[in-house]
Design a protein around this ligand. Structure first.
Ligand SMILES: CC(C)(COP(=O)(O)OP(=O)(O)OC[C@H]1O[C@@H](n2cnc3c(N)ncnc32)[C@H](O)[C@@H]1OP(=O)(O)O)[C@@H](O)C(=O)NCCC(=O)NCCS
Length: 165
């Protein structure tokens, strides 16, 4: 189930030699809150504030990766933009799954007349993610130093953008 994937990958960030890639040290959203929130947002049209869509990498044992496009900030004045977030569990990285999710999501976003920009936020030192995003045309758009403090470390956050139309 997707909630279990979120919980597993949330515990990988900054642990056992992995990069810090998440602003939270533990993903601890209660299952009931998760189900309610996602069910409501996935049913919204992309012309309504606060919509969300997701793509996942899965096999018969479960989900190992996801990519979300979400409407943030959830204001009508921002319906021409979507924010991208993604994560592949350590066991499934470097096998082309991140690229597959990017291809699918960008192609879907290009087909939505209302969405003109994709944006995302990536920690400055997350070179694998920055390379993946650059491969799909995202350009760096500024960095906020000391944006988060996780695992006792100051983390700088870089914004990246892709013009779709
Ligand atoms: C970043 C991430 C999504 C990449 O997914 P992936 O499935 O491993 O990526 P792919 O196998 O499709 O590789 C795609 C590209 O990513 C880059 N990349 C992936 N792993 C890399 C690594 N260890 N070092 C450098 N570049 C890397 C390369 O540009 C690669 O393209 P190439 O194979 O043509 O060189 C994955 O590492 C991940 O989920 N990491 C943890 C969570 C995270 O950082 N999420 C993003 C937060 S903003």
């Amino acid at each position: 189930m997707h909630w279990e994937h979120c919980s597993r990958i949330g515990k990988e960030s900054g642990r056992d030699g992995d990069l810090i890639f998440s602003p939270t040290e533990d993903w601890d959203v209660p299952l009931a809150d998760y189900l309610k929130s996602y069910d409501e947002k996935f049913k919204k049209s992309v012309l309504e504030a606060d919509w969300e869509r997701a793509w996942v990498i899965a096999d018969t044992n479960g989900i190992y990766g996801d990519l979300y496009l979400v409407h943030r900030p959830p204001l009508k004045s921002c319906l021409h933009r979507a924010t991208l977030m993604m994560g592949i569990e350590r066991s499934h990285r470097n096998q082309g799954f991140g690229s597959k999710l990017m291809r699918e999501a960008i192609s879907w976003a290009k087909a939505q007349p209302s969405i003109e920009w994709l944006q995302l936020y990536v920690f400055e030192g997350n070179i694998p993610a920055k390379r993946l995003y650059a491969k799909f045309g995202f350009k760096e758009n500024g960095t906020t130093v000391d944006m988060f403090r996780v695992h006792g470390t100051q983390v700088a956050d870089t914004s990246m953008i892709l013009k779709l139309k």
